[in-house]
Each structure stands twice: as C-alpha cells, then as structure tokens.
Design a protein around this ligand. Structure first.
Ligand code: SF4
Ligand code: SF4
Length: 460
C-alpha cells in the first residue's frame, strides 16, 4: 500500500517495485525482507515523491541505483552483464576493447579490503589485460572530448543568448529525470553526449579505422561507477556509429559493467591482485587529461570547463596557480563560482533533491548561473550506484578518500587541460575537423525525448 500525502509518498509496503524490463536494475522479490531502505534511498532522490503510486515508479525509475547501495540482502542489484563479458573474453572472434571511467580507479580496491586516496589506474589496466582485453583505454579522454565540444556549445549559446543556463548532460539519471519530470527544461540541456557515449562512437568509427576492422568486429565494454549507464548505452539516439559506418544494428558501447561487477569478474577468474603489475593505457588514446579525470567528482565538470573556456576566449592557458577552483571542490552539494575573468557564473549541484531547488530557480527566472553541472548522486560519480558499498559508519570517510584520490591526481599532474590532450588534438586534426563542426555534431551530439515522445519499446 502506498499513499501520496501531499508531496511525500508514505510507504507502508516498504519496498520499491522494479520493472522486469528495467535495463539497469534487477529486483528479486523473493529475497526482499521489506526493510524499507530502498524506499528511503529512492525518496532521497525525489523520484518517489513524484509518483502517484509504486506502479508508476516502475516506469519512471531513473536507474540511479541508490537502492542497490543500501539493500542489505542483495534483493535489489544492478542488472548483471559480467557473464556475457566473460563469454566474449573466452572467444577469439572479436576485438575486445575496455575503458575505465574516472571514479572507478579510486574505489575499486575497496572490494578487496583496500582504502586509499590514490588513483590506481595502472593496476586496473594490468587487471583488465590479465582478464584478456586487447585494448584498455581511459574514459577521461571521452571527458576531454566532452569539454572541448561543451565549451564551444556554451560560447554559441552565450553569443546567441539562447537556452541559458546550459545544463551538463553527462549524468544519464539526471537526463531521465528532466525528460520525465521537467520536460520544459530539455532545451537547456547541453546536446553533448556523455563521455562514455562519445567515446563509444569514437571507438567504432575512428579507432576501428586505425586497426582496420569493421565496427561490428569490436566489442566495446566500459567499467563505470554507474548503473544508469547500462540504460544509457541502449538509447537509439546515442548509437550513431552503425549509421555512420553503414553497419546497422550495432551499439557504440556494448556493455557497461559496474565497479562491483568488475570485482566479481576478478574473483571468478582467480586473479591475484598482488601479482598484477601496473600498466599504461594503450595506444593510440593513452591516458586522458587529469581535468577529464575530475569528472568523477562533483564540481569537476565545471572546473575542467572553465580551464578550456578560458583558453578558447583568451587564447592562452590559465596559469598553473589558477587551475584549482576551491569553491568547486569539497563535499558541499551546491557549489557556486563567479569566474570574473570570463564574466560568468557556474553552479555544480549533486543529489537530485538539491538539483530540484536549482531547477525551480531556473524555471522562475531567478538563477544567475550560465552553466549548471548536475550529478544525480550526492558528491558525484565517486558515490555512484555501481560503486563498492560502504557502511553507514565509514561512508563519509570513504567518499572523502575517493574524492581526494581524484583531486590529488589532478594536483600532481602536468596534464591538466582537456584541450591539450594530444589524442584530442589528433582526433580533430585528422577526423572530426574542428570543435562544433558538422561531423562533430553528427557523431558527438544528441537529441532528447520527453516522456510523451519516448516509444513504448524504449520505456522501462
Ligand atoms: S534506481 Fe533510483 S530511481 Fe530507481 S528505484 Fe532505485 S533509487 Fe529509485
Ligand atoms: S552521478 Fe555519476 S554515477 Fe551517479 S547516476 Fe550520474 S553519472 Fe551515474
């Protein structure tokens, strides 16, 4: 039984309902002990509040996976894809490509009892090679590409004074939230695909040319902190490589595995982490910039964007001492920064209940920010629905360590600007033409669907 009393749904049944067709979340009702933790998690994301009843939640679930983090008996978990990936790894037929999203490398070790504030990407590359992948790449390069395109898009919107403020578009849970509940704000969403979606398209167009295979010969896997990415990669408006390459029916990204699923794979394959040697990302993409890596933590998209916007508008890079914007760092859920030199204000918000407050301001015309970064998960992807579970006791400490791991990697690097990534420069010089070119728009930008236009078969 569920009742909507004003804006708050009172739960008396004490568990969320998940559709069998949900592409990201799986629920086993037989295991459920009706503890109510999943209801509270969903409530905290402002989703249940907006449903008339639990049946409606089955349709509008944004796949964020907050419920999977709190279920004490694994009755709710991500929809597993690791078994399919294991089968593919055992076959010799396909070229197996895998890429690592930013937040995975600061949390993965927790699944094996480790806690540290270090970026362990080298070890992860070693593990993925040991598992049998042919190429291991860095999704931070996809984030670099997003920033270069997004900076161009924002400049155009400012010049034409249209659809401002512009919202970031890299969080699929936020995108579905806007499509479902705030469709009038769809024009404010950046049209840039997410880093994973852009990267998938590049793998099956540009990279497949480099290694002289067909796009359909490649299986492209991503390790992500996120459950919502499992749904994102199925969306037809993001799968463009097959159209471009005239190989209809393929997906730009074939599988997303969560950080937890990667740990399952490692355990199933009896990989001894102590014997793994750190390795570098593969050619021709190599490691992304550490600005791209900042995407893993709330505020990071805004900070990276300012670095590249400054370069685009002033034709020189920000000096090293101005790269860190402390107002955009830390665990606060709403962070604002006035960039005087660029004459614009940015806002970074994480957690959908917090985002709702900002969206209300935008709708009333009371928001003075030009760019708004929204991450559905509190503190951003470091706290994603596919990350290792924490206890109530160590949650804050763990999230702080993950965030430090990302910020320290940026501080200690000389590679801190998305537009300076040599791979990105080569990509524009030899494939995409220039940021915002018609080819870049065709491959790297997207459209949106509101709930009235989404086809039945794309609904959960
Ligand atoms: S995935 Fe997110 S929106 Fe869906 S039921 Fe779980 S908490 Fe609610
Ligand atoms: S904040 Fe990150 S992990 Fe959470 S839903 Fe969005 S993209 Fe996924």
């Amino acid at each position: 039984m569920i009742e909507n009393k004003g804006s708050v749904i009172m739960n008396t049944k004490r568990d969320v309902l998940v559709s069998k067709n949900n592409k990201a979340i799986h629920k086993n009702n037989q295991k459920c002990i009706k503890c109510g933790y999943c209801i509270n998690a969903c409530q905290s994301m402002d989703i249940l509040n907006r449903c008339k009843n639990l049946e409606e939640l089955k349709e509008v679930c944004i796949n964020c996976g907050r419920c999977t983090l709190v279920c004490p008996v694994e009755a709710i978990r991500e929809k597993y894809n690791y078994q399919k990936v294991l089968k593919i790894l055992a076959s010799k037929k396909k070229v197996k490509v895998v890429s690592i999203a930013p937040a995975v490398r600061v949390a993965f070790e927790e699944e094996f009892g480790g806690f540290s504030n270090e970026n362990k990407e080298g070890i992860l590359v070693g593990i993925l090679k040991e598992l049998g992948f042919d190429y291991v790449f860095d999704i931070a390069s996809g984030a670099d590409l997003v920033i270069v395109e997004e900076a161009k898009e924002l400049q155009n919107r400012i010049k034409n004074n249209e659809h401002l403020p512009m919202f970031s578009s890299c969080c699929p849970a936020f995108i579905k939230y806007v499509e479902e509940f705030e469709p009038e704000l769809i024009p404010n969403l950046s049209t840039c695909k997410s880093p994973i979606a852009m990267f998938g398209t590049i793998i099956k167009t540009y990279f497949k040319e480099k290694i002289k295979v067909r796009a359909s010969d490649i299986i492209n896997v991503v390790i992500a902190p996120c459950t919502a990415k499992k749904e994102e990669i199925t969306r037809s408006e993001l799968n463009i490589a097959g159209v471009f390459e005239n190989e209809l029916g393929i997906h730009d990204t074939d599988y997303v595995l969560t950080t937890r699923e990667l740990a399952i794979l490692v355990k199933k394959q009896h990989i001894n982490l102590k014997k793994i040697k750190a390795k570098e990302f593969d050619n021709p993409i190599l490691a992304g910039s550490k600005a791209g890596l900042l995407f893993g933590s709330s505020g990071g998209v805004s900070e990276s964007l300012i670095r590249t916007l400054y370069y685009d508008l002033k034709h020189k890079n920000l000096s090293k001492d101005k790269l860190v914007i402390k107002e955009l760092r830390g665990s606060s859920n709403i962070k604002e920064y006035q960039a005087e030199s660029l004459n614009l204000k940015v806002c970074a918000v994480s957690g959908l209940s917090n985002a709702k407050k900002i969206l209300e301001k935008v709708k009333k015309g009371e928001c003075d920010s030009t760019f708004i970064e929204v991450m559905a998960c509190p503190m951003g992807c470091i706290n994603g629905g596919g990350q290792p579970k924490t206890t109530m006791l160590n949650k804050n400490k763990t999230l702080k360590l993950r965030m430090q791991g990302i910020l320290n990697a940026d501080l200690s690097s000389n590679n801190r600007l998305c537009h300076e990534n040599p791979f990105i420069k080569e990509l524009y010089a030899n494939f995409l033409d220039s940021p915002g070119s018609s080819k870049a728009y065709k491959l790297l930008h997207r459209t949106y669907l509101d709930k009235n236009t989404r086809s039945e078969n794309e609904k959960d």
